[in-house]
Design a protein around this ligand. Sequence first.
Ligand code: NAG
Ligand code: NAG
Ligand code: NAG
Ligand code: NAG
Length: 263
Amino acid sequence: MAVKRVVAVLALATSLLATSVLGEEQAKCGQASYYPSEYACYDNKTLCPITFSLPTKPCGGGCYSPEQYSCEDETIKDLPEATSPFTLTFSGVRKTFQNLNVKACGRYLAVGANARECHACTAAGGTNCGTYQNSTVLLPGGEMASDVPGHQYWYINPTDGILRYTEALAGNASLWNATIPGKEFAGQNVKVYENGLFTWTREDATTHWWMACLVTLPGGAVGTARSWRIYAPTYVNMERGDCELGRIFSKAVDRKAGVYKYP
Ligand SMILES: *[C@@H]1O[C@H](CO)[C@@H](O)[C@H](O)[C@H]1NC(C)=O
Ligand SMILES: *[C@@H]1O[C@H](CO)[C@@H](O)[C@H](O)[C@H]1NC(C)=O
Ligand SMILES: *[C@@H]1O[C@H](CO)[C@@H](O)[C@H](O)[C@H]1NC(C)=O
Ligand SMILES: *[C@@H]1O[C@H](CO)[C@@H](O)[C@H](O)[C@H]1NC(C)=O
């Protein structure tokens, strides 16, 4: 059963890619013919597949994804895990889903034109709000790059697989150690490569895929205030038909690109 569903995701990706090459001219790589939307040709001799609009590169007779691996002495190696604070971008199959910034607001991480990037700061207590740049920045290990007392954490919500972050606690020291819903799952099952892939490990396998699923925000008129929330491809989520498949990439940034608090 599990295997069947994984294959379905790959088949969907392949069929989406296939539709994009209708009417496309073939090109030559040495003696071989190929579709430039499906393969990249290196040195007029080696073909490597393009997956989700990103070319893979040749290394020691194979091909590798530079977002997950490096090539040293013709050997494919894992990229190091992220140690720097990072922002995220989502890249799906369709042109309109390339390179979308992942934005934090209202305890969800979302993409798309209507996804809001929210920040808050109170100068009371001597905080210098002007020192923050207000981007959505995550830290390796599960914290958000915010400075609010009690901290904020990013996590995959175990019941529905949604990528979320925890609320900011008020500046009341006696509450800092209270149980924050979601904190116990901070960073769990997610592996982040430095300037590379943001991956998720399901019980049976590590996947590079994520889903962006359309939601209409409460209070928003239908068709207007809509954004795409980020979902892990749990077996239940993979049954959905209203989502874009894509991959998520990290980019190392300065911690101060973040905010005081993500409301
Ligand atoms: C690529 O290789 C083919 C066959 O070996 C050759 O005919 C062609 O001229 C080469 N193209 C380039 C740009 O080197
Ligand atoms: C970020 O937001 C704070 C208020 O929360 C503001 O004072 C600061 O100037 C903003 N920084 C940038 C770079 O927009
Ligand atoms: C902090 O929170 C506690 C528990 O809710 C409350 O009893 C206390 O008055 C609060 N302190 C301040 C300074 O707001
Ligand atoms: C929170 O818990 C940690 C570890 O148990 C402790 O060192 C710290 O003083 C606590 N902070 C507050 C504000 O109670």
